[in-house]
Design a binder for this molecule. Sequence first.
Ligand code: FAD
Length: 445
Amino acid sequence: MKNYDLAIIGAGPGGYIAAIHAAKNGMKVALVERKKVGGACYNVGCIPSKIMLEHSKLVQSIERGRTWGINAEETTIDFAKLMRRKDKIVDELIDNLGHYIEKNHVAYYAGEATVADDLTVTVGDENFTAKDIMLATGSKPFVPPFEGLETTTYYTTDTFFDITTLPKELTIIGGGVIAIEMAFALAPLGTKVTVLNHSEDILQTEEPDARPIIKKRMEELGINLVLDFTFERFEGNVIHTSIGEMPFENLLFATGRRPNVEIATSLGLKFDGRLIDVDLHCQTSKPHVYAIGDLIGGVQLAHSASAEGIHVVEHLLGRNPKPVQQDEIPRCVYTHPEIATFGLLAHEVQEPYTMIELPLRTNAKALMEGNTEGFVKLIVADKDRRILGACVMGDKSTELLNSILAAKTAGADIDMVANMIYPHPTMSEHIGESAREVFGRGIHI
Ligand code: FAD
């Protein structure tokens, strides 16, 4: 029977990155995947959704150009072609992953893995062992068990990215990041989008000051947002709710995800009924078994899964790595404008702090680009000027946030962000300006 240093189950952004990192550091690695390399992120998550959002952003830019005096002919959408472009990019990225895995001599097993109590891994007819096992089995869409759901058909994010015809109408159930991103992906192309969210607001895990800007933009895009009601039952293409009947043509559930815990439960690992319990090094209750990514708690995003995977490998190599810090993981919403955040929100801070929020409308680059909706918000500890949290909302803010995060990760305080020299004219200047304003020294205030 073959024996590896490390067997990784699941080749999403947690598993495949850990596998390559381990192989590059001299470990003999097996990687098992039952579907496609790249996991949810590449196949039915980050990548296809962001490609679709890029298409809809371009449509909005064309519209904005019209208001400036650039009169292009009427915009028409060849949706099938856009989706072929999406498929091509996804295929290219997944092909690349295959090459990296092969180049680094990771033994790749295609198929469903099971793991026995003695840590023997079985994939089809093959069995092998490993000194350590990393579970990176990810998650799947969760659909609440509504009454009458069997009478209707619906999409989840596992099936939605296969559509080839632009839906005339789309009702999205959910109010979290994925639901709102999908509304922004479709509405600018011409789909009449309705978002149904039973609670009183959207994006409730995100910066509260970002929500009104997103809701205003949704209104401008003609997205019908319905909040604060109770779902009663489904009957064919009608949803019965506490505020009346809601007919729909196409339905997408974006109501969260649940971890794939089959292997973890078969091994009797400790878990809270939903997520697998791990320590600071992602070690489960069973020696030599680690779990990372969507399978465990904390920020459930691709880059946190990757960081956790690398951390486990470093830990196994005996390098005493610093555990992954939740407050150093960026959280991004790719709406238009984008919202990028790390660390604490103001209501979560439990020490004296100074908070600065500078709207983008005084930033020269934002004005030039017509992208003035947004702000830079910084939360800094009074005691020692530590950066406790930051939010940048605006066009490409998901790219901008990391200049602040770099300072925090390097252990620097807000002075470093204030003292950096920023190119002019850029949106990033607004970060420097906000950092200076923490001390009341902003210039263009
Ligand atoms: P996964 O990506 O779920 O990978 C797990 C893999 O394990 C899967 O391929 C699965 O087939 C495999 N597997 C499971 N069980 C077995 C088994 N027994 N044997 C073999 N293989 C198995 N995150 C971001 O950071 N940025 C974004 O913009 C973003 N957008 C998203 C948009 C959508 C629509 C969705 C749904 C998610 C998005 N996410 C985004 C979240 C991101 O996709 C996940 O956090 C990330 O994929 C988790 O990585 P993972 O490696 O833990 O698991």
